[in-house]
Design a protein around this ligand. Structure first.
Ligand code: ADP
Ligand code: ZN
Length: 819
C-alpha cells in the first residue's frame, strides 16, 4: 500500500489526518513515528493507517522514519482515534498520551555539504546556489533554518532545494534538544582474558608498595565483576593514572552502560502471603475471576463496580484478581489517585508481586519515565501502578484494569488536551482488548452506581468494615460513629471559637488518651458564596438549583449557569437576620487556634503549601504515623485511603464549603469527601468517632454521612438529576472562551451561544439546552477572562461535531464540573 494516513504534530489543533506517499523501500507500519513535510516545515507524525488510495490528488513523501519499531500498537491507535472523536481533541495529542515520555518535540532539518571548495567552480551552479553551497561548506553540517537565517537572501530556500536535488547537499532530520535519553553510566570493563589480569595482579602484589596493592584490589574487583561503574571503581581506589595504564596495556576499557532508572530499585519487598478472604471478598473475587477466565465476547459482564465501605478489604480483592490474571499469563494496570501513590499503597502491591510491579509516579524524572515505558513495552512487569496517565502504558497482554477510588475527579484531565476521563477511556480500552475492568470505591460516582444498577455493570458489595486483630485474624467492626454539630446553636450559646463544645471535649479526651486527631477543612470554593450566620441560609438560583456566587467587585450574587443576577440581600429572606456574610477559613488559622486552645498538642499541617517537595507527602505521613504529632490539620488530600490506626477522632471543622459550590455535583462531592474523611477514623481496634460541624445539618448529604448511608444520598441525587436532565440522564459539554479582553471575552461567548442556539433550532436537535453564557467560577485565570457556554442534553455532541472552534475556545466533554 503506497499511502499512509499520518497524524501530524502541528501547532494548530488538528483532528484530521493527512495523506502522505510512502517512498519505495521505506518500511512503514501503522504506529510508526515518522518525519513529514508540512507546509515549509518538517514535523513529527504518527502513521495511523496505510491505504491504497489517497484522499487528495497530490501527496508529498514521508521524509524518513524516526524509530524503526512502531511505537504504538493497533489497539492504542484505535483508542487515540476514539479519544480524539469523543473529546474533540487533536489526534496527535491523543496519540501523545501513549508515546514514550518526552517524544513530542520539533524536528530540525540538518544539511550536510557533499562537495568541497575546490570542486565548487566545476559544478555549474547559479550564483545564488554557489553562495549557498560555499556558506554551507564553511559551516559544515548545519541546521537548514540557521543557514537560511545566515544568508538572509531571497530565494535561498529554492536554491537549497535545488542543491539537495542535485546531490550537493544531504538532508537529514533530528529531533530538537532531546530532553530524554536513556541514562548511561561510565564503566570500566575487563578487556583481556582473565589470565592476563590475574598475572598483572600477581605482579602488583609482588611489588608490595601501598599504591600497587590498591591497584591490585581494583583489578581483582574488575575480574570478579567483569565491569565496574566508575563511581564504585573510584571508591575502590581507581585513579586516572591507573585507568590510562590499564587502557594502554589493553587490560581494560571505558564504556557507557545504559542503566535502568527504577524508583523501586534498592527497595526490597519480601513476598507476603495473602490473608484468607472473607466470604464477601470471596464472592467479589469469584465474579472477577470468572470474567477473566471467559471469552470476552461470551462473558456476561466485563465491568464491575466494587462498592465497599472504607476499610472493607477492597484492596485485597484487587490483589487476588491481579494474582488470577498473572496466573493466566496476563498483565494488568492499576490506577490510583496520585496522592495514594505513597509507600503504604505501593508496598501492598510490591509485596504481593515482588519485582513485577512498575510504579508510574508523576514525580519521577523524565528519564525514569522513559526507561519504564520501554521496559513495560518489553513485557517486564506484570502490574503497572500509576495515576490516570498510566492507563496508556504500553502494557502487553492486558487482561485486567483496576481503578481504585473511581469517584475521584483526579481521573479527569482538566488542564490540557485531551480532557479525558480515565474511567471512560478505560472502558474503551477494555472493550478493545477484551480486558476486565474493576472500579472500586466506598462512595461510587453517582453515574457509576447508576450503570451498575441498570445492569450494564456488575455490582459487587463489601458492606462491612474489617478490623485486624493483633494475631492477624480479622473481625467485622463498626464504622465510626458520626455526630453532627449545628454551629448555629453554638453561636446562640455564645461560642464563637472554631471548635464547637462537643468537638473541643472530644479533642481533650482523645489527646488525654494519647491518641491522634485529624482536623479536616473543606476548603474548595472558600469565600465564594454567602451565608446567613443566624440560620445558615445560602441564596440559590431558582432555575438551576445551585448556590449563587458572590462577586465582591460588583457586590452582586450571580448564577454561574444561567447568569441570573441578584443584589446581595441586606436581610436574610429566611429569618430576617442581618448577618449575611462570606464564608471561609484556612488551615493556618486552624493550626493557630489548636495551639491556643490545646497547648500540649503537637500539630502538623498537610496542605498544598507544605507538600511541594518530592517526598514531603511521604514525610508528613511518616511523621504522623510515628506519632510525632497529635493533631493533623489538612484539606482534601487528607481524605484519601490512608490507614492510620492511632487516629480515633476526626473533626470536620467546616463541612459546608463544597456544598454550596455552584455546581450540580456539589452535594454528591460533599458526601464523598466527608464519608472518605470519616473513614480515616477507627481503623484500629480502639474504634473511632467523627464530629462534623455545619450550619446546614438538615442537608441531605450531611445527613447521609451521619448514617454512612450512600444509598439515600444516591436516591436523592438520581431524582434531582432526572428532573433537570443532568448526568447520567443527559450529557454535558462545557465550552470555555478565554481572552485578555474582558469585553471581547463576553462578546465572543454571547455570539457563540447565539450561533449554537440558531444551529440547534435550524436543525431541530431535540432535548438540548444551551446554558449561558456566564462568567466562569474563577472569572480570570492567568490574565484571561473566562466565559462558559454549557450544552446539556441527551446527545449534545451532535450539535458541535462538525464545528471548528476559533482560537481561545476549549471544549470539555463530560466536564468534571460546570464552574
Ligand atoms: P479498603 O481497600 O477497602 O480500604 P483494605 O483492603 O485496605 O480495605 O483492608 C483494610 C484492612 O484489613 C487492611 O489492613 C487489610 O490488610 C486488612 N484485610 C483485608 N482483608 C483481609 C482478610 N481477608 N484477612 C485479614 N486482613 C484483611
Ligand atoms: Zn441559574
Amino acid at each position: 500500500m503506497p499511502f499512509a494516513e499520518v497524524a501530524v504534530n502541528a501547532a494548530a489543533p488538528l483532528r484530521q489526518t493527512f495523506t502522505y506517499h510512502i517512498p519505495d523501500g521505506l518500511p512503514i507500519e501503522p504506529g510508526q513515528a515518522v518525519y513529514v513535510p508540512f507546509g515549509s516545515h518538517t514535523l513529527q507524525g504518527i502513521v495511523v493507517e496505510k491505504s491504497n488510495t489517497a484522499s487528495v490528488a497530490r501527496t508529498r513523501d514521508i521524509a524518513d522514519i524516526i524509530d524503526v519499531r512502531p511505537l504504538l500498537s493497533p489497539v492504542h491507535i484505535e483508542l487515540a482515534r476514539w479519544l480524539s472523536g469523543y473529546y474533540f481533541a487533536p489526534l496527535f495529542d491523543c496519540l501523545s498520551l501513549m508515546l514514550p515520555p518526552g517524544f513530542k518535540r520539533r524536528p530540525f532539518v540538518m544539511l550536510r555539504p557533499l562537495a568541497s571548495v575546490e570542486e565548487l567552480p566545476h559544478l555549474k551552479l547559479t550564483d545564488l546556489q554557489a553562495t549557498v553551497l560555499s556558506r554551507a561548506i564553511e559551516l559544515g553540517e548545519t541546521e537548514a533554518e540557521e543557514l537560511r537565517r545566515e544568508l538572509k537572501l531571497k530565494g535561498a530556500p529554492s536554491a537549497i532545494s535545488a542543491l539537495i536535488k542535485r546531490g550537493f547537499l544531504q538532508r537529514s532530520y533530528r529531533l530538537a534538544r532531546p530532553q530524554v535519553a536513556p541514562k548511561t553510566v561510565r564503566h570500566l570493563r575487563l578487556d583481556a582474558p582473565e589470565a592476563e589480569a590475574l598475572a598483572r595482579i600477581e605482579d602488583l602484589r609482588q611489588n608490595g608498595a601501598p599504591r600497587a596493592l590498591r591497584r591490585a584490589l581494583v583489578l581483582e574487583a574488575l575480574v570478579d565483576e567483569g565491569a565496574l561503574a566508575l563511581p564504585r571503581a573510584r571508591d575502590l581506589g581507581l585513579t586516572p593514572a591507573f585507568t590510562r595504564d590499564l587502557e594502554s596495556a589493553g587490560l581494560a576499557a571505558l564504556e557507557d552502560v545504559t542503566v535502568v532508572r527504577d524508583p523501586l530499585a534498592g527497595r526490597v519487598f519480601p513476598y507476603r502471603e495473602p490473608p484468607s478472604p472473607t466470604s464477601d471478598q470471596q464472592r467479589a473475587y469469584e465474579a472477577v475471576a470468572d470474567a477473566l477466565a471467559s471469552d470476552p465476547l461470551r462473558r456476561g459482564k466485563s465491568t464491575f463496580l466494587l462498592n465497599g465501605v472504607t476499610g472493607s478489604g477492597k484492596t485485597e480483592v484487587y490483589l487476588a484478581a491481579l494474582d488470577r490474571a498473572v496466573a493466566l499469563g496476563k498483565r494488568a494496570i492499576v490506577l490510583v489517585p496520585e496522592i495514594s501513590l505513597t509507600p503504604q499503597t505501593v508496598r501492598r502491591f510490591a509485596e504481593r508481586f515482588p519485582g513485577q510491579v512498575a510504579v508510574m509516579h508523576s514525580r519521577l524524572s523524565l528519564g525514569e519515565h522513559f526507561d519504564m515505558w520501554h521496559e513495560i513495552r518489553d513485557g517486564r512487569y506484570a502490574v503497572v501502578v500509576g495515576p490516570r496517565s498510566a492507563l496508556f502504558a504500553p502494557q502487553p497482554d492486558l487482561a485486567l484494569v483496576i481503578i481504585d477510588e473511581e469517584h475521584e475527579w483526579t481521573y479527569k484531565q482538566q488542564e490540557g488536551s485531551p480532557h479525558y476521563h480515565a474511567r471512560r477511556a478505560a472502558e474503551e480500552l477494555c472493550s478493545l482488548t477484551g480486558a476486565v475492568l474493576v472500579l472500586g470505591s466506598a462512595t461510587p460516582d453517582v453515574e457509576s452506581r447508576f450503570r451498575a444498577d441498570d445492569g450494564n455493570w456488575g455490582l459487587l458489595e463489601l458492606p462491612e468494615r474489617l478490623l485486624r486483630a493483633d494475631d492477624g485474624t480479622v473481625q467485622v467492626g463498626p464504622l465510626p460513629e458520626v455526630d453532627i454539630v449545628d454551629l448555629r446553636e453554638e453561636l446562640k450559646a455564645g461560642n464563637r471559637s472554631i471548635f464547637s463544645r462537643p468537638l473541643a471535649a472530644a479533642m481533650n479526651r482523645t489527646l488525654g488518651a494519647r491518641e491522634q486527631v485529624i482536623l479536616f477543612l473543606n476548603r474548595r470554593g472558600t469565600a465564594s458564596f454567602v451565608q446567613c450566620r443566624d440560620c445558615g441560609y445560602v441564596p440559590e438560583c431558582r432555575s438551576c438549583a445551585v448556590a449563587l456566587t458572590y462577586h465582591e467587585s460588583e457586590e452582586a450574587l450571580i448564577c454561574h449557569y444561567c447568569r441570573r443576577r441578584e443584589p446581595l440581600p441586606v436581610r436574610c429572606p429566611e429569618c430576617g437576620g442581618d448577618r449575611i456574610r462570606q464564608v471561609g477559613l484556612g488551615t493556618q488559622r486552624v493550626e493557630e487556634e489548636v495551639r491556643r486552645a490545646f497547648r500540649e498538642a503537637r500539630t502538623l499541617r498537610w496542605d498544598r503549601d507544605v507538600t511541594r517537595g518530592r517526598d514531603s507527602h511521604e514525610a508528613i505521613l511518616a511523621r504522623f504515623l510515628a506519632h510525632e504529632a497529635d493533631v493533623l490539620i489538612g484539606t482534601q488530600m487528607i481524605a484519601k485511603g490512608l490507614d492510620m490506626p492511632l487516629v480515633t477522632l476526626v473533626g470536620v471543622v467546616t463541612a459546608d464549603t463544597t456544598l454550596h459550590l455552584p455546581d450540580f455535583r456539589s452535594a454528591e462531592r460533599t458526601f464523598q469527601l466527608l464519608e472518605q474523611v470519616a473513614g480515616r477514623a477507627g481503623r484500629g481496634r480502639r474504634g473511632g468517632r467523627v464530629i462534623v460541624q455545619t450550619y446546614t445539618p438538615e442537608n441531605h448529604a450531611i445527613q447521609s454521612v451521619r448514617r454512612h448511608d450512600y444509598d439515600s444520598m444516591y436516591e436523592r441525587e438520581i431524582e434531582f438529576r432526572r428532573n433537570l436532565g443532568y448526568p447520567p440522564f443527559g450529557r454535558l459539554v462545557r465550552l470555555t472562551f478565554a481572552h485578555t479582553g474582558v469585553a471581547y471575552s463576553q462578546q465572543q461567548a454571547v455570539a457563540m451561544a447565539r450561533r449554537l442556539t440558531q444551529e440547534r433550532d435550524r436543525r431541530g436537535v431535540p432535548n438540548l439546552d444551551i446554558l449561558g453564557p456566564a462568567p466562569a467560577f474563577v472569572p480570570r485565570v492567568r490574565g484571561r477572562w473566562r466565559w462558559n457556554v454549557v450544552l446539556r442534553g441527551v446527545d449534545p455532541v451532535t450539535l458541535i461535531r462538525d464545528m471548528q472552534f476559533p482560537r481561545g475556545w476549549t471544549v470539555d466533554v463530560d466536564p468534571a464540573n460546570l464552574l
